[in-house]
Ligand binder design. Sequence first.
Ligand SMILES: C[S@@+](CC[C@H](N)C(=O)[O-])C[C@H]1O[C@@H](n2cnc3c(N)ncnc32)[C@H](O)[C@@H]1O
Length: 258
Amino acid sequence: MTEVVAPEAGPATSQVERLFSGSIGAEYHMLDLICPAAAAMSKRVGDFVASLSFDAANCQTSLSAFEIGCGTGTTTLGLLESRRGLTILAADNEPAMLSQAQRNLSRFIDEGRLRLVETDALTALRELAANSQHVVASAYAVHNFKDSYRDLVLTEIFRVLRPGSMFVNGDRYALDNIAGQTRLTQEEAHGYFKVFSAINRFDLLEQWVLHLFSDESADHIMRLSPSLEKLREIGFTPVEVHFRDGVNTLLSATKPAA
Ligand SMILES: C[S@@+](CC[C@H](N)C(=O)[O-])C[C@H]1O[C@@H](n2cnc3c(N)ncnc32)[C@H](O)[C@@H]1O
């Protein structure tokens, strides 16, 4: 069973949006048609976590991870397969996505390696103890947040990570160059029209275009350089980009060892 954690009403959690209800969430697998890079990124996040070495102070047979916005569980699977000793608490605030994760990953839930919670990322993070997580990971969730909510989430990630541990995020980080980003967004919208008109799915076309408008809006857009700067301001160091292709970016941000 998925646990449901009600967010405390307040100015921060009132900024939480549900952008994956409706047909986008119900048919999330359609993302593979318009963004094949997403599945590759899920694997990349898992491979990156597999490559991490945990020092003696941090190393135990069992490692705790928190995943932000697990959706249907694609990246969660990559993480679970990355290390046998990893147990994951995965949060998502969209029941339509979580119910698919529950089906897709039932064997890991039964084994006690995965717990799914239906709540927003900030509320879930605030329930975790300081210095408790060996990894915080995410793919394509954080860019959906409003800027001010995202800053609070990043600060909480820093708090819950064990010293020496890292936040690993595979996500859409917009180009700093505004004209370049506009061109990429136009190409992306063009791709949506091509794919969805070919299969006569104008309902999905409408929803994904509206979603793209949200990603690109002034209070959501997550540009790369200011994002790296924000992570450093919070105290993460080093903050490193490991992969970048267009907007698709894998980065890590380490909470320094005490
Ligand atoms: C693009 S999907 C990515 C899903 C998954 N991480 C993957 O790699 O396939 C983004 C997910 O983030 C979730 N999400 C968006 N805002 C959220 C928030 N504030 N708290 C928790 N989950 C959120 C959405 O419901 C959605 O399932």
